[in-house]
Design a protein around this ligand. Structure first.
Ligand code: ADP
Ligand code: MG
Length: 749
């Protein structure tokens, strides 16, 4: 023993003390003795000397070993006391042992003393160690108990049969169970059936790997709802490595999951925003951009960083320092206009940015301006054409009169012919002006579409240019349609121009086709615009660049164009659409990118037979006249006089009037004799030709009416379309056209 034992001797006889010490020394025990012989000394040395062992005589003059033992007990001292006595009394021995003496040695056989001392000391040391260990264990257990009982996590210990051995109090606050509710129950009862397999797999893994495994499990709470947990499953093994129990520590992740869902939901806003969204940190660096931003940058063949405004750092800094938004900052990248708006988020020291490619709307604005310009030009053109037509009618009329006069011959007649031809050419010009300004009147007649196609072929040839081959596949058995030839021509022209543009610059083939089709109810069910019966199809097919679906969905919108400013007005197809609608027809479009496009218009077939080629009214000299009375209403004096001259030459009685009001006065007086009203549609002084005609017709239904106009009836009185048989004379007109129409009209029963 390295350290000297401290031995307290409670002995009044000095020789006995010496004997005892000698015996110990003899046995090789190193020790420090301290002798006392009474209660006071004993108590004092107990705390001062702090002996490892006490050797006590049984009887002392004023003290005893028994008293010493009791004192030790009172002081709860664990210093071992060995009784060394001369007495052989067994009662003494028993009594002392009962009071806690460690051993009992007789003075006359001290040989056993050293081993008794050593034993006592060792025993005490062992006891102390065990006690310390017990204490440490208790403390550690206490610590774990506190952890288990105060955590929000669920701590549960189960045996290998899944029976719950321990459930932490948190089961009450988290799941609503009193911990005892679960005891002796199977944990499988609270695990969601769909998670049973996961649970078993996790147990297997934890057992096999001998380490904690994590699983997401749903537990049934006391209110029969499922709650999601993240559970760590670990096995507790015995000394032989055999599994004893399983510890399941579970954390309620519903809140976290909810938060994650919330974050994901919020994050989806910028992510799936179809518009570019970006975020900048305080130093102006780009910290986030969504897919739309990436797409926009890609379409400009750049990285998002590379399309930002140049002074982005300054903008961001300004936003953050002033707290003000910066809105609609426009930059030009690769010919496109991007508009940027910046919104500072002071709390996070970031700036949110929304970008938009506004090229299209800027273009649209420009196009709109262009269209408006075209509209005003159209109006101007229409006005000029109107006045011009009146003048041309006079010129043509007088030239016609001269030609019809047998007294005029030779070079005068030739001049009259020249004048007439020039007026004819001029009227073609005004007709084009009217087409351009869309001030055309619908004059339906029975037509063979093949004829219309043939008659515009020459013009189309010139329109599409040399690069484009024109093919015609015309069905010779085509029924007639009731249509306005001029308008159908315009449709063909518009479609052909678009086809040409789509085939630029390489050219291609333009195919014009006509065919007949019977439309049944089944077809109508899937094509709301279609009408059952026989229809005539007219298709215009090109081998151009085609259209994507988004373009296709908008082509008939007025002003929709994909062409650059000055090239397209976006009115071509809108006009086509309007015309075909007006004809009770519909349009079908097929298009494939890089392959070409086919526009097919369908018009109802007329049940009437197709007319033989219409005779040219201008060349028909011998139109019969008559003696009926005609009221001519025309504000343009030279024209009115011309009409009078023409009609009087044919034998008619003519009453003239410059305005509607004047005409009404004449009507009052001559109502009985007037057979036909020839009136201009547009007249000064309030009352229009149509109103006048309606008024007179109301009073005399047998009255015949012929309208004339320099331009469209739509422009004069919208919504009033001429029916077949209602006569309308488009200015300028040759004298024969007038007399023929007058005669025909008067002859209608
Ligand atoms: P514009 O020709 O002035 O653009 P339109 O109304 O005639 O106006 O046509 C509208 C748009 O429809 C065109 O800009 C073009 O994008 C598309 N389009 C029309 N016809 C064709 C075609 N044959 N092939 C490809 N695209 C066409
Ligand atoms: Mg066009």
């Amino acid at each position: 023993m390295e350290q000297k034992l401290k031995i307290l001797l409670l002995e009044d006889v000095e020789t006995d003390a010496t004997l005892v010490q000698r015996e110990l020394t003899k046995a090789g025990i190193l020790f420090v003795p301290c002798c006392v012989d009474g209660r006071e000394g004993f108590l004092a040395q107990l705390s001062e000397f702090r002996p490892n062992v006490i050797l006590a005589d049984y009887t002392l003059p004023h003290f005893s070993a028994l008293e010493a033992l009791r004192l030790l007990k009172e002081l709860s001292s664990d210093v071992p006391l060995i009784l060394v006595t001369g007495s052989h009394s067994e009662e003494v021995a028993v009594e002392c042992m009962r009071e806690g003496a460690e051993d009992y040695i007789l003075k006359d056989s001290l040989r056993r003393l050293p081993s008794a001392v050593l034993n006592a000391v060792r025993k005490r040391a062992g006891e102390r160690e065990r006690r310390a260990a017990r204490e440490a264990l208790r403390r550690s257990e206490e610590q774990y108990r506190l952890i288990a009982e105060n955590t929000r996590d669920l701590i549960c210990i189960i045996d290998l049969q899944m029976t719950v051995l321990y459930a932490s109090p948190s089961h009450r606050s988290v799941l609503g169970y009193a911990p005892n509710d679960l005891l002796a129950k199977s944990i499988s009862d609270v695990i969601h059936p769909d998670d049973a397999q996961t649970w078993r797999n996790t147990l297997d893994e934890a057992l096999f790997l001998k380490e904690g495994r994590t699983a997401e499990l749903r537990f049934r709470n006391a209110y029969d709802h499922w709650q999601l947990f993240e559970s760590v499953v670990s096995f507790i093994f015995d000394d032989h490595g055999r599994p004893q129990r399983t510890l399941v520590a579970s954390r309620d992740t519903s809140d976290r999951k909810q938060a994650e869902r919330e974050i994901r939901k919020l994050a989806a806003f910028p992510r799936f925003n179809p518009n570019p969204v970006l975020e900048f940190s305080a130093d102006g660096s780009l910290t986030y951009f969504n897919t739309a931003a990436l797409e926009m940058a890609k379409s400009l063949k750049r990285h998002p960083e590379a399309i930002l405004p140049l002074n982005i750092a300054t903008i961001v800094k300004m936003c953050l320092t002033t707290g003000q938004n910066t809105l609609h900052l426009e930059t030009l990248v690769n010919g496109r206009t991007i508009s940027w708006s910046f919104f500072p988020v002071i709390a996070n020291q970031v700036v949110h940015c929304y970008a938009e490619d506004v090229t299209a709307s800027r273009n649209l604005e420009a196009q709109l301006r262009q269209v408006q310009k075209m509209e005003s030009i159209g109006q101007l053109a229409a006005g000029v054409a109107h006045d011009f037509n009146n003048i041309l009618t006079v010129i043509q009329g007088h030239a016609g009169l001269m030609l019809a006069d047998p007294k005029i011959g030779g070079s005068f007649a030739e001049s009259a012919r020249q004048i007439s031809a020039a007026a004819e050419r001029a009227s073609t010009l005004t007709r084009q002006l009217l087409l351009f300004s869309r001030r055309q009147t619908m004059q339906p007649q029975l037509l063979d579409l093949n004829d219309v196609i043939r008659s515009v072929s020459k013009m189309l040839r010139a329109l599409v240019g040399e690069q484009v081959r024109i093919c015609r596949e015309l069905n010779p058995e085509l029924p007639a349609v009731n249509a306005d030839a001029g308008m159908i021509e315009q449709v063909l022209v518009n479609l052909a121009v678009n086809a040409r543009d789509a085939m630029l610059p390489r050219g291609g083939t333009l195919t014009l086709r006509t065919f007949v089709r019977r439309i049944d109810d089944e077809f109508v069910a899937t094509h709301p615009e279609a009408k059952p019966g026989y229809v005539i199809g007219l298709s215009v097919e090109d081998t151009g660049h085609g259209m994507d679906s988004s373009t296709l969905s908008r082509i008939f919108e007025p002003f929709f164009t994909t062409k650059e400013i000055g090239k397209g007005t976006g009115l071509g197809l809108a006009t086509v659409y309007g015309i075909i609608k007006q004809h009770q027809g519909w349009i079908d479009v097929r298009s494939e990118i890089a392959k070409g496009t086919t526009f097919t218009i369908f018009l109802p077939a007329s049940s009437r037979a197709r007319p033989k080629a219409v005779a040219d009214t201008a060349t028909q000299i011998n139109v019969p006249g008559g003696h009926e009375t005609i009221l001519v209403v025309e504000d343009e004096t030279p024209l009115r006089e011309l009409v009078r001259e023409i009609l009087e030459k044919k034998g008619y009685n003519v009453l003239e009037s410059a305005t509607g009001l004047q005409a009404l006065k004449l009507w009052e007086a001559r109502r009985q004799t007037i057979d036909l009203l020839l009136t201009d549609m547009m007249m000064p002084e309030g009352i229009s030709g149509r109103e006048l005609a309606e008024k007179l017709l109301a009073e005399k239904p047998s009255l015949k009416v012929i309208y004339t106009s320099g331009y469209s009836m739509d422009a004069v009185s919208p919504g009033f379309t001429l029916q077949e048989g209602v006569n309308f004379l488009q200015k300028p007109y040759p004298p024969n056209a007038l007399t023929k129409m007058v005669r025909e009209r008067l002859d209608v029963a």
